[in-house]
Each structure stands twice: as structure tokens, then as C-alpha cells.
Design a binder for this molecule. Structure first.
Ligand code: NIG
Ligand code: FE
Length: 388
């Protein structure tokens, strides 16, 4: 049972107001000890106990590791040309998903594993210690199962997204595709998946199909998540709340009723500003959600089409500058918000018993994450009590 002392922390963001100042529970001149992968002790640096090893951060800020609760890392191919066309005025439609499905089906397991592993390591270097990974670019029984098998090598938070779009071979038979998703595809995905997700949107899956898929997934023991209200207003958010999904993701086009429904529920509103940035779309109404009392998470949506970033600090900076959140609200959304979206009680915070996952910044305060956008401020990442 090895222990690690992290000491001389200038600003420790615990994420729990009962542990320190303000809503982020900040402590100054602090130290913490991680033992057996868990935070064991938090206190003043002057009183820090001995441990097997020590990390002296010399006055820097320390935060809980980021929890990225929405990412699509298992894919092949590149859609830089589609991005370039959008920046020249083309609209994003989601139709490009089929391009990635073709490339993913043609790739070997090792090619998919190499790309997903590289992106996971890229995210880790930027402070992401917990990452959800979805399928959704296979869309056949065998390709969804292998996508999830590869995702499971990288995280426990795996999500079956067979209902991403209707693949070309089912273009004129969407009901048959929904039956495939609910039957053999779910059965093949189930051993590797913790969650089920549906893209509920015009051009993808309608409300009835989405409800059917979520319901059968939940009956098989999977938690529910929904891609909702990304490209226009629609039933996705309402459906997510109705079925008790852990998270409604995107939430770009919300009515007042959608905001009230989220605020009145346990369903987290997961905002993905990298997608609005990369599709040149209006940002989601984060301020209105927070003011109404909804729980908000920030995630990257990392995928080759609508948001090819693994950077939670970038999402924090966008949330502050473009979506009206304060820096503390954005950091809370990127840590405890993400943990709530994944219903993880021990992630996204640094309190006794929490996971030993933390980020050391090359900065004196968490404020610098938004104040110094685009700067690689994450200097050290500790995962499960180990330096990475
Ligand atoms: O979350 N909205 C659906 N799925 C992805 C986009 C996938 C793609 O364009 O390849 C998203 O933005
Ligand atoms: Fe997505």
C-alpha cells in the first residue's frame, strides 16, 4: 500500500464547500496524502505526515482531475476537409458521421486501439483523469462490439451508441435498424458497456425510437444518456428527464420548459462547447441553466467531426468567455459536474475517500485556466495516486 504526499499547495480546490472557502471549498498552504488510490488526509502543509513519496508543488494550484463525461475516441479517418468547408460557410449536419463509420469499419483493431489510446493519453496530459468513451462509428453488431471492447481497455465508463445514425445499408428501413440495435447489437455490446446513449435529433432517431432504445438498454442494466437538442429544438431533453437519464448532452437549443425540466430533475445538462466552436454554432444557454438550478457538466465531445479536441481546459475557457459561466462554475462543471453526469460519488473532488486523481497547475490559482486560454498549464497529473 504505497502513499504519496502532495505538499506546499498554494490553492487546493477540494470541490466541497465544507472543506474550505467558497463553493469550490478552497484551502491555502495545504497538503494531502493519497494512500491505496484514495485521498486519506487533507490538512495544513505545516502538519503534513510522512509518506512513501512526496510531490512538493511549490505554491501551485491543485485541482481534482477533470471528468470528461462525453467523448467518441474509437474511430478511424480524418475530417479536416469538412471542418475547412464549414469555416468557409457550410453548415454542420451530422451527415459526416457516415464518413467516419466507413473509415472505422475498414480499420483494424490495432489501428483503432492506437488512435483511441493516443487521444486518451493526450487528454490525460491535459488533466483528464476520468473519461467516458462511446461507440457509435461501427453501427454493425460486430463493429459496435469491437469498438466497445477497445474502449473498455481505456476506461470503465463505456457507452453503447449504436443509435448514433441509421447506417447507409438501413437507410430505407429505420425500424429494422432500431430492432437490430435493441436486439443483437445490444446483446453483443452489453458485456463491454456501462451506459446506453441515443442521438435524438431530426436526421438521426425520433422520440419514439429513442425511447424504445433507451428503455431496452435500461432493462439490460445500462445507465441512460441522450444526445439532445444539439442541432435544433426537439424532444431529446424532455425524453432524457422523463426516462431518468443521468445526462442530457449538448443542450444547445433549449426552451424555457426544457430548462425548467432539467432544473427539476437529477438529469445533468452536459454542455459541449467544443462542438459549437468547431461547427460555428450558438453556444448553449449555460447561464440560464445554472441560474435555474440545473446541474451542469462540461465535456469535450472529442470526435473527428464536430469537436476534435481532448482539452478540458479549452472547454473551461470557452464556458467562461462564451457561455457566461464564472471561472469557479466552469471548473465545478468540469470536475464534480462531470462526476455527477457519470453518477460517480468519488470522482471530481478531493475529499477524504475520493479517488487519488489530481491536477497540478503551473499557476497559482484555478482562475488561470480561463485567464490564460490556450496555455498548457497542467504541469503534473496524478492518477490513482500515481504520478503519470
Ligand atoms: O456529439 N451529435 C452526434 N454525434 C457527435 C458528432 C459526430 C460526428 O460528426 O462525427 C457529436 O457532436
Ligand atoms: Fe457526442
Amino acid at each position: 500500500m504505497r502513499s504519496l504526499l502532495v505538499t506546499n499547495i498554494g490553492e487546493l480546490v477540494t470541490g466541497d464547500p465544507s472543506y474550505g472557502e467558497g463553493p469550490l471549498g478552497i484551502r491555502r498552504r495545504a497538503a494531502l496524502v493519497i494512500e491505496d488510490r484514495r485521498v486519506e488526509w487533507i490538512g495544513r502543509a505545516d502538519y503534513a505526515p510522512a509518506a512513501d513519496s512526496m510531490l512538493n508543488v511549490d505554491g501551485a494550484a491543485v485541482l481534482p482531475g477533470f471528468v470528461d463525461s462525453h467523448a467518441h475516441l474509437v474511430f478511424a479517418g480524418d475530417r479536416a476537409a469538412e471542418f475547412s468547408a464549414r469555416m468557409a460557410g457550410e453548415a454542420y449536419t451530422g451527415g459526416g458521421i457516415r464518413t467516419t463509420v466507413g473509415a472505422t469499419r475498414a480499420a483494424t483493431d490495432d489501428q483503432l486501439r492506437e488512435t483511441a489510446g493516443r487521444l486518451r493519453r493526450e487528454a490525460l496530459r491535459q488533466g483528464t483523469t476520468t473519461m467516458e468513451i462511446k461507440s457509435g462509428y461501427g453501427l454493425s453488431v460486430a463493429d459496435e462490439a469491437r469498438t466497445l471492447r477497445i474502449a473498455r481497455e481505456l476506461t470503465n465508463e463505456t457507452t453503447f451508441l449504436g443509435a448514433h445514425v441509421v447506417p447507409p445499408e438501413y437507410a430505407h428501413r429505420p425500424d429494422d435498424y432500431v430492432s437490430l440495435v435493441c436486439g443483437p447489437m445490444l446483446a453483443a455490446a452489453r458485456p463491454y458497456a456501462k451506459w446506453i446513449d441515443v442521438f435524438c435529433e431530426d436526421g438521426a432517431f425520433d422520440e419514439d425510437h429513442s425511447r424504445a432504445i433507451l428503455t431496452v438498454g435500461a432493462a439490460a442494466g445500462l445507465g441512460m444518456r441522450v444526445h439532445a437538442n444539439q442541432l435544433g429544438p426537439g424532444p431529446g431533453v424532455r425524453l432524457a428527464v422523463e426516462v431518468g437519464a443521468a445526462s442530457a448532452d449538448h443542450c444547445t437549443h433549449l426552451s424555457d420548459d426544457d430548462i425548467a425540466a432539467l432544473a427539476d430533475s437529477r438529469t445533468v445538462a452536459t454542455l459541449l462547447p467544443g462542438a459549437e466552436f468547431s461547427t460555428r454554432s450558438p453556444y448553449p444557454p449555460a447561464r440560464a441553466l445554472v441560474d435555474a438550478g440545473a446541474t451542469v457538466a462540461l465535456a469535450t465531445d472529442c470526435n473527428p467531426g464536430s469537436s476534435f479536441t481532448t482539452s478540458m481546459p479549452f472547454c473551461i475557457a470557452l464556458a467562461v468567455r462564451e457561455m457566461g459561466l464564472t471561472p469557479w462554475e466552469a471548473v465545478a462543471a468540469a470536475t464534480s459536474g462531470g462526476a455527477q453526469a457519470l453518477r460517480l460519488a468519488d470522482a471530481g473532488r478531493l475529499t477524504r475517500g475520493s479517488r487519488g486523481d489530481l491536477v497540478v497547475l503551473d499557476a497559482p490559482s484555478y482562475l488561470h485556466l480561463a485567464y490564460r486560454p490556450g496555455v498548457p498549464l497542467v504541469s503534473t497529473v496524478v492518477l490513482n495516486g500515481e504520478l503519470t
